[in-house]
Design a binder for this molecule. Structure first.
Ligand SMILES: Nc1ncnc2c1ncn2[C@@H]1O[C@H](COP(=O)(O)OP(=O)(O)OP(=O)(O)O)[C@@H](O)[C@H]1O
Ligand SMILES: [Mg+2]
Length: 323
């Protein structure tokens, strides 16, 4: 499938998944892949501290939008912009836009939002998603990629609209929740891409999450991203015994044995990962995009580039006109 067509299928992509599986890394790689395909991209990070900007070699983000990576270059990439959203800022902005600046100042100074949030759970999520909806409507970029909150919060985040709609029957919160739900359930405007590691528990949780999101929120799911696959090291993994034997002509016995042990360990891990990938495919009928595990202490711009290219390769191999 043509990547430009893939990324143009819906203006908003929400990247979700269990804590630590690589949502932020995948968000960055998707944005870079979209930009390389010629789509201007806006990354929205929720509540800060995701580490997203550092993958681009930049300082942490703020509520003010910045250009993370300008367009151009030999491949004529589009630009990537980014910003953080917090419920407090989103509420203040909402009140300001609705002629309530004086109230908004008082709310900010008294911390009233926390009181409201305790009384009406989900309100913070709706404030965030309401702002995302506004960005989507304003066509803030060709593609908006939302790095959904961490640690199992992604489902409640997405369920918040439906819950609030049931709880609050009239008024601006109801309108806001309804409009957010309209966005989330419209496949032409929004899709969710779930991320997992090729390990037993994350795969189980991903399958549960996928069915929950489809049944209870009614969102459209894009391909699943399987992150952190060990890739074959030619020579070592293809024929580890030969590699160790070759090496042993120049290495002492102990070193050749360590090499053989390392190769065995990797092969074992790769087998386990392959089993999980197959199980995921059998339990969830969604296409997969696979990303390699990169052996670097910190992921920066060169690794981002590599992951973006891997995504593009995977997208080209996807079938069908729709992701
Ligand atoms: N393919 C990869 N290869 C190597 N390291 C990776 C890869 N993907 C992610 N990482 C590393 O794993 C850690 C977790 O990744 P990331 O922050 O993207 O996950 P997350 O799902 O956003 O986490 P959180 O739930 O805390 O927001 C980071 O240190 C990141 O650099
Ligand atoms: Mg993150």
């Amino acid at each position: 499938m043509d990547p430009a067509q893939f990324f143009a299928a819906s203006r908003l992509v929400i990247v979700a998944g269990k804590g630590g599986v690589g949502k932020t890394t995948v968000t960055a790689a998707l944005a870079r892949a979209a930009a390389l395909s010629g789509l201007s991209t806006l990354i929205v990070e929720v509540e800060g501290k995701s580490g997203l900007a550092s993958v681009f070699g930049r300082e942490p983000l703020s509520y003010e939008e910045i250009t993370l990576s300008p367009g151009g270059g030999p491949e004529g990439a589009a630009d990537i912009r980014a910003r953080t959203l917090t419920p407090d800022d989103a509420l203040l902005e909402y009140l300001r836009d609705h002629g309530m600046s004086r109230i908004s100042k008082r709310l900010a100074s008294t911390g009233a939002l926390d009181v409201v949030a305790t009384a009406a759970p989900g309100i913070k999520d709706i404030l965030i998603l309401g702002k995302v909806k506004q960005l989507e409507r304003a066509q803030a970029a060709d593609l908006i990629v939302l790095d959904a909150p961490a640690a199992g919060h992604a489902i409640t985040f997405l369920l918040a609209a439906r819950a609030l709609l049931d709880a609050v029957r009239v008024g601006p919160i109801n309108t806001q929740a309804r409009e957010v739900l309209d966005l989330l359930t419209d496949a032409e405007r929004c899709q969710v891409m779930l991320v997992t590691l090729p390990e037993e528990t994350p795969v189980n949780e991903l399958v549960d999450t996928a069915y929950h999101l489809e049944d209870r929120v009614g969102v459209s799911l894009g391909p699943v991203v399987v992150n952190g696959l060990y890739s074959v090291i030619p020579g070592l993994d293809a024929d580890p015994a030969a590699a160790a034997d070759d090496a042993s002509t120049s290495l002492r016995d102990g070193e050749a044995n360590s090499l053989r042990a390392a190769a065995d360990f990797r092969r074992h891990r790769m087998d386990l990962q392959r089993e999980q990938v197959e199980r995921l495919g059998a339990q969830l009928p969604l296409p997969q995009l696979q990303l390699p595990y990169l052996f670097n202490a910190d992921l920066g711009p060169p690794e981002l580039e590599q992951l973006a290219r891997e995504l593009l390769h995977g997208i080209v191999k996807l079938e069908g006109a729709h992701p």
